[in-house]
Design a protein around this ligand. Structure first.
Ligand code: HEC
Length: 184
């Protein structure tokens, strides 16, 4: 995974200019760092056995910026604000949604969708993106964007998304088949 500090064009330069005159170099670099937005660009090796992550209701959740407790807390307060940047959610081994930095994609509220191929030897990213990722059940964004805004595109069972023809019990069973969990 690359941790990316996205610069919003003018911000660092304005801050550098403003602080160069009145602060020490350390102060100004701290300020600049705060002004940059941290982002996550996941690589195949960042995915793994989803059963290693905390379970909330029927999905698994973690955070690739070290904020797992915040992501779990958000999941446990459904409908109350957006998931933190770096959140990764999966309900089956081969589909994932990852919360990118603000501005990544307004149409998906900054979620990036992934279709994965998983084997005992690891993960391959088959497809990633926003509007063009299509899994066995259809286009990810088309379905997830039907959820009411307060759910932050997380469907669960009653958030307004199109339905899927499998029970929660079946989804949990699929989690048990994640081949990466039995890798040596
Ligand atoms: C036909 C509608 C539909 C499509 C298409 C769809 N999903 Fe979902 N997705 C759902 C529903 C409904 C759930 C809730 C399942 C549950 O928890 O019982 C769900 C659950 C999820 C979850 C767990 C968090 C949540 O929203 O509940 C993730 C992650 C996810 N889907 C990713 C994807 C990805 C990635 C794609 C595309 C490759 C995709 N989905 C395509 C309807 C869909």
């Amino acid at each position: 995974m690359r941790r990316v500090f996205r610069s919003f064009g003018w911000v660092p330069f304005v801050l550098l200019g403003a602080f160069a005159a009145c602060s020490s170099a350390d102060d100004s670099s701290d300020q600049v760092r705060e002004a940059l937005q941290q982002d996550v660009v996941l690589q195949a090796s960042d995915f793994g056995c989803i059963k290693d992550w905390p379970q909330v209701r029927d999905f698994r959740i973690t955070n690739k910026l070290g904020q797992e407790a915040d992501s779990v807390a958000r999941a446990n307060a459904p409908g109350e604000g957006d998931y933190p940047v770096g959140t990764v959610i999966q309900v089956v081994p081969v589909e994932s949604m990852v919360k990118r930095a603000p501005g990544f994609s307004p149409e998906s509220n900054d979620w990036e969708f992934f279709l994965l191929d998983v084997t005992e030897s690891g993960t391959t990213i088959t497809s990633r993106g926003v509007a063009d990722v299509v899994g066995p059940g259809g286009n990810c964004l088309d379905c997830h964007a039907q959820s009411e805004r307060k759910w932050d595109l997380v469907c669960e069972r009653d958030h307004g998304c199109g339905s899927i023809p499998v029970t929660p019990e079946f989804l949990l069973m699929l989690q048990d088949t994640d081949p990466r969990c039995s890798a040596p």
